[in-house]
Design a protein around this ligand. Sequence first.
Ligand SMILES: [Ca+2]
Ligand SMILES: [Ca+2]
Ligand SMILES: [Ca+2]
Ligand SMILES: [Ca+2]
Length: 396
Amino acid sequence: MRKQFFLSACVALCLQGSAMAGSRYISKVFEYRPAPGQFVNKLPAYADGDTPETMAAKAEASIAGTNRGLVSLGGYGGYIVVGFDRPVVNVPDTTDFRILGNAFWSAANPNTTTSRRGGSSEPGIVLVSADVNKNGLPDDEWYELAGSEYHSAATIRDYRISYFKPDENKVPTPDAQRAYLTDTTYVRWTTNGHGSGYVYRNSFHKQSYWPQWLPDDELVFAGSRLADNYVDESGNGSYFVQYAYDWGYADNAPNADRMSELDIDWAVDASGNRVYLASIDFVKVYTAVNQYCGWLGETSTEIMGAENLHPDAVLTSVDRLVGETAFQLKFMSGRVADVLKLESSADQSVEIFDITGRRTMSVDLPQGVSTIDCTMLPPGIYLLKTVQTSYKFIKL
Ligand SMILES: [Ca+2]
Ligand SMILES: [Ca+2]
Ligand SMILES: [Ca+2]
Ligand SMILES: [Ca+2]
């Protein structure tokens, strides 16, 4: 079904020295609902009597403003909802904000068969929302930022997981080979047709892994699940490398790395249509993998804050048309090393611009699958423009 929609939106202008004083960081944690995990009840610390409200306040105290504590989202699906104290403007053709995490590159990566960077990359999927009804609350529509794995066949959409509250006093099931695994049947989880298992308990973290302030006996989380990103490079469980995805995720690349920057232009609606948002006020992050890395335990996204990359940008009101294009163009690979692979619904001409707006290429695409040779392009962010819309890609 062809869907055309107009968004009364705005175009951003960058103005320095704006009279609007404001922080570049988040000021509010609206909700903190981690999945079970080895850092839950520790980051932040739970105390008897805590409630969802007081735990959100503790998370806020950890990461709001310039505070750089650590909040763990636990295993797959656990999430946090944060707010900026002023809108993050979607400045055209550039990234707009980043989630601060604790990802790092490993100094010694023995895998020479790949150019991918890795270390501790625990990708979280990022959603954004604008305070359309102006009530200061994140009760408006959410849009996922379509990161590099959004179109991957390995990504499971509509993934749903249920965790079941454990009996903390049950007889544990230790692992005979791996002494650090003190209970391999600790927190049971099931999914909607994608397997089941347990969150293991380990000897390094002895507190309950179940969020103690939640009254539920079953915690359900849903979203997209990214493919496992770890490799046991040692082959014997002693050295795991989690390889970073190319762009669009939290806690996936070090905070100072450009790979951690996020562009509001990557937003898509629930059907996968690109959506133009002039600015956003709220961000939601959830752990996007469901994997276990031996003594490292389950992979969990952490966040330390979030940063508006251009806090002095201001909005001006100009309407802009956004919609589904007549010509469907599908990126077959999110990762562009040499060749951009595309599928087009019709013959069409496209142009590729670099970040400065300079046209670097003009290509006639035939209907069907075809490729564009990008070997001559220097590494960077590019914009591929069709007659009606544009797509961003990163040349590595
Ligand atoms: Ca932008
Ligand atoms: Ca609202
Ligand atoms: Ca983690
Ligand atoms: Ca992490």
